[in-house]
Design a binder for this molecule. Sequence first.
Ligand code: GAR
Length: 214
Amino acid sequence: MKQVAILISARGSNMEALCRASRAPDAAYHVCRVISNRPEAEGLNWANTNGFESLAVDHKQFPNKASFEEKLHAELIACGAEYVCLAGFMRLLSAEFVQSWRGRLLNIHPSLLPSFAGLTPQQRALDAGVRLSGCTVHFVSEIMDAGPIIAQTVVPVLKDDTEDTISGRILRAEHQTYWPALSAVCKGQVSWDNGERATVSEQLDTSLHGCLDL
Ligand code: GAR
């Protein structure tokens, strides 16, 4: 079973979905630690009260990004993490950090990448008038929200959607998308060897992508 650490910054509902899935009898991974860069993150309370080891590494306590990341890296090594999932972790990681976890660092983003990378993707999707949106799980590369895609789930954009309603629908899709994608990576069914794209084993390719069952 692979050891997985989860990095969060606030609510942590994706972290919660990843943690819950890790308790299934046939789970491919164990959550060894939840780390937040914000001590007040709501998700830390959930992790604590539900038996997951958690820790705050407050970025504000460090003089610069390099020393914050050095501590983060040390904590990840100390808990035996083999894979790291960003789950609403709202700090940009340096190229050095990303390279040292290459192929073992995953992120989830609330849009169908490469559309709407960056902040407020749900509102920008509404503004653009797209009819379909969704979420993407991808390996993290040096370029924000641009690493090789592992899994995507599509959701409809409805006529009366607000940023809240579309965000909620996408979030429900995120909770159903992250853990199967992580599990596939942990089982060695997805890899990122070279180039821009991840390699997904053939039988899995279709099951990692889908539409949210409304
Ligand atoms: C999620 O929608 C996640 O995809 C997004 O932040 C939210 C965190 O919610 N992440 C990004 O936008 C990263 N670019 P959560 O804390 O409840 O999981």
